[in-house]
Design a protein around this ligand. Structure first.
Ligand code: SF4
Ligand code: SF4
Length: 162
């Protein structure tokens, strides 16, 4: 992670209560997609995920059945062997990684060894360009503590949304 990314995460950790209130307020608003989508575009235009990799290092994506089938095929493995080796079911009955950092993360340069076939959840993380953003405000708040790009968005939101 570069210095700027570290600073954004540290700031989000210092402002947990304030950010939680902000995201709770935003959850009650109906039309926040445009604000988030503009911020997503702006922040990711200058974010280099390869200098960070914090999502892949600290959290697990959900692997849907279609993700598992696609990745197992790509690796030349049977689905059952793939799940036995890399995944377990969590308390919500979702398939998640056995280990953290992700087994497919190249720790040297934060690249993904299965990038072309990675799970949908990885492609969409941190979900700040989704429709109906007001429905995922608690997830987005939690991501301020993981993703420096979301932490940066929270800082901008505080200035514009108070
Ligand atoms: S599959 Fe790739 S993109 Fe997804 S968490 Fe693992 S390393 Fe990251
Ligand atoms: S999505 Fe966020 S946490 Fe993941 S690598 Fe990019 S900046 Fe880092």
């Amino acid at each position: 992670m570069n210095d700027k990314q570290i600073r954004f995460l540290e700031e989000a950790r210092r402002n947990v209560k304030e950010n939680k209130k902000l995201f709770n307020r935003l959850a009650k608003k109906k039309k926040i997609d445009d604000v988030f989508h503009a911020l997503h575009k702006q922040v990711f235009a200058k974010t280099d995920c390869l200098t960070c990799g914090n999502c892949c290092r600290t959290t697990s994506p959900i692997f849907r059945d279609v993700d598992i089938e696609r990745i197992a095929k790509h690796l030349g493995m049977r689905v059952a062997d793939f799940t036995d080796k890399y995944l377990h079911m969590d308390e919500m009955s979702d398939w998640v990684l056995n280990s953290s950092p992700c087994s497919f993360l190249n720790l040297e340069d934060n690249s993904c060894n299965i990038y072309e076939v990675r799970p949908k959840a990885c492609r969409e993380y941190p979900h700040t360009d989704r429709k109906n953003m007001n429905q995922i405000m608690s997830l987005t708040f939690r991501n301020t503590l993981i993703c420096p790009a979301v932490a940066e968005m929270a800082q901008s939101l505080k200035l514009t949304e108070g």
